[in-house]
Design a protein around this ligand. Sequence first.
Ligand SMILES: *[C@@H]1O[C@H](CO)[C@@H](O)[C@H](O)[C@H]1NC(C)=O
Length: 256
Amino acid sequence: MHLQQVVDPNMPTIFVVTPTYTRLTQRADITRFVNTIKHVEKMHWIVIEDSEHPTEAVRELMAESGIPGTQLYTKTPENSEKKDGMERFQYHRGVDQRNLALNKIAAMGDKNAIVYFADDDNTYSLEVFDEMRKTERVSVWPVAFVGGQKYERPIVVDGKVKKWHVSWHPERTYPTDMASFAFHSSLLHTGRVPQFSHEWRQGFLESGFLEQLLDSPEDLEPRGDNCTKILVWHTRTMDVNIKREAKLRAEPFIKV
Ligand SMILES: *[C@@H]1O[C@H](CO)[C@@H](O)[C@H](O)[C@H]1NC(C)=O
C-alpha cells in the first residue's frame, strides 16, 4: 500500500538558484543535479547561464526535467586591467547571475518561499531541502569538502551559532559556503533587494551577502541536528581528458 502524499498548501516554495555555464561536463552535471531536485516538492528552479544568450542545451535539460523553472542569462564581464590606485577588482563568476535571480524572485512576489543557492556540481541529500523548508529568516548547516577541510560547520551552543569550524579567513563575519544557507523570501521585501558585489573578494561573497540579511551570526537558525550532520558535499566533476579526440573524425550528431 502506498502512503498518500498530502502536500500542505501552506508549505513554502523553495526557489533553487543555479548559476551555470557551457562546458564539456555541463549536461552530466545538470542531469545528476536534476535527478536529485526532481524529488523535491513545491520548488521553482531558477537557472542563470553565464552567457550572452540562452542555450538550447539548458532549455532542453530544464524542459526534460519537468521541474517548474525559469531560464535566465547574463554574461559576466571580462576582467579589465587593474588601474593604478584602484582597489583590487575582479568580475567574479556567479555574482551577476545570482543578482539577476534575486531580482527575479523579488519581482515574482512570493512571500511564502525559501531561496537556496545550489550549484549544479555539488551533492545534496534530500534532507537538506526538508531542513531548509523550516527557515524563518536564515538557516545554516555544515558543508563537506570545502576550505581545505573535511567539512566546515558552525559550532552551535545552546541552539545558537557561537563559533565556526573554519580555517580559511575565520575572521569573516559569516565564514561559510554558498551551499550552507537558505533564507526566507520575506528578506527580499524589506527595501532594497540584497545583492552580491564584484568588489568583494573571492571567498567573501557569502559573508558580504549574509551581512545584508542578519545583524549577527546568532540570528542564524542551525539545521541538521544543530549543525552536526553533513547534508551537502562540495563535490567537483573531474576535468575530462579528451586529448585523443582530435585524432578522430568529429561526430557532430552525438550530444555529450
Ligand atoms: C539543538 O540544541 C538545542 C539547545 O541545546 C536543543 O534544545 C535542541 O533540541 C537541539 N536540536 C536538535 C535537533 O538536536
